[in-house]
Design a protein around this ligand. Structure first.
Ligand SMILES: Nc1nc2c(c(=O)[nH]1)N[C@H]1C(S)=C(S)[C@@H](COP(=O)(O)O)O[C@H]1N2
Ligand SMILES: [Mo]
Length: 324
């Protein structure tokens, strides 16, 4: 007899906000923007935050939710998630929605180069047509100890890796955000090593959880979420989830990331969530829900260990700082 242990995606649906409730909230928001969450955002900012509707890819959404991934907490209301964002290109505070709205979403060319069969450039709309879009509800845990739970739309990063056809020598994927000081005032700050750079091992990029995000709440992602293309690696601290990606470079050596360059003693390459390993300046034991303000215990790998712990079991990882 086959006995299998329960994995997160097999937890009954009871813990997820029922889709009907989610959809009716969307209908309500659509009908009278600002009715819900009016306290979270002034009307104009809410309009900015929901401007995704004007995106040329709007007709692709909503996409079907993949039921394999479930939550242990309610979804964060759209108004709350849309008004608390980290996006240093547009400011060091959380209210970046209005500034980020200035970023032009089209044309958006994605370069795929480095150790691949054939380097290429592909427009975001052609890429969207080639990729299998789905919705996933994921937890999202910032290293600053706040969290949310959101319905991303996008495609598995593995699909992008397959599309890129990396050579056998490729071991890592280096990702880069756009660079445009005219649009992004933060990029004039010389303290930071722009553009924003992140990286994953090829094994991490091919892990089923690694997700490239193009939408949220059933429509194209508003700019503050990193439109038109950002990463979601929910078992890692949020800073790994690089926004507004323009380039994927397949490389042999571990790339140096933006935050490592800024402060390697506090922010490393691996950045896996671990409640028992404090940040240099604060505890990671608990996290604050950005919508309710409630604190909850932080989970190892942000609760995704069953999917990703195996990635780090090789003896070579014993000497790596996996938790920062
Ligand atoms: N290009 C870029 N990507 C970025 C950031 C950034 O400042 N610039 N901030 C990171 C951090 S610290 C977090 S927590 C998440 C926040 O994503 P959210 O605003 O969608 O919640 O984006 C990450 N990706
Ligand atoms: Mo973050």
């Amino acid at each position: 007899m086959l006995i299998k242990s329960r994995r997160g995606w097999e937890i009954p649906e009871r813990d997820v906000t029922p889709e009907a409730v989610f959809l009716s909230r969307r209908a309500l928001l659509g009908a009278g923007a600002g009715l819900i969450g009016a306290s979270a955002l002034p009307g104009s900012a809410f309009a900015q935050a929901t401007a995704g509707a004007a995106d040329p890819s709007a007709g692709l959404y909503p996409v079907a939710r993949n039921p394999r991934y479930t939550l242990d907490r309610p979804l964060t209301p759209e108004t709350a998630a849309s008004s608390v964002n980290n996006y240093y290109e547009f400011g060091t505070n959380y209210d970046v929605a209005k500034a980020a709205a200035k970023l032009k979403r089209r044309p958006w060319v994605v370069t795929i180069d480095g150790l691949v069969e054939k380097p290429m450039q592909v427009g975001i709309d052609d890429l969207l047509k080639a990729m299998p879009l789905e919705e996933r509800v994921y937890r999202h845990r910032c290293v600053e100890a706040w969290s949310m739970a959101v319905p991303w739309s996008g495609f598995p990063m593995k699909a992008l890796v397959d599309y890129a056809r990396p050579l056998g020598s490729a071991k890592f994927v280096r990702m880069e955000t756009f660079l445009d000081k005219e649009v992004a005032p933060g990029q004039s700050g010389r303290f930071y090593p722009w553009p924003y750079v992140e990286g994953l091992t090829l094994a991490e990029a091919n892990n089923e959880l690694a997700f490239l995000v193009t939408g949220i709440y059933g429509k194209p992602a508003p700019n503050q979420f990193g439109a038109p293309l950002r990463l979601a690696t929910p078992w890692k601290y949020g800073f790994k989830s690089i926004k507004a990606i323009v380039k994927f470079t397949f490389v042999e050596q571990k790339p140096k990331t933006f935050w490592e360059t800024v402060q390697s003693a506090e922010y490393g390459f691996w950045a896996n969530v671990n409640p028992q390993v404090p940040h240099a300046r604060w505890s990671q034991a608990t996290e604050k829900d950005i919508a309710t303000g409630e604190r909850r215990p932080t989970l190892l790998y942000n609760g995704y260990g069953e999917f990703v712990a195996d990635l780090y079991s090789a003896p070579a990882f014993k000497s790596e700082k996996l938790w920062m």
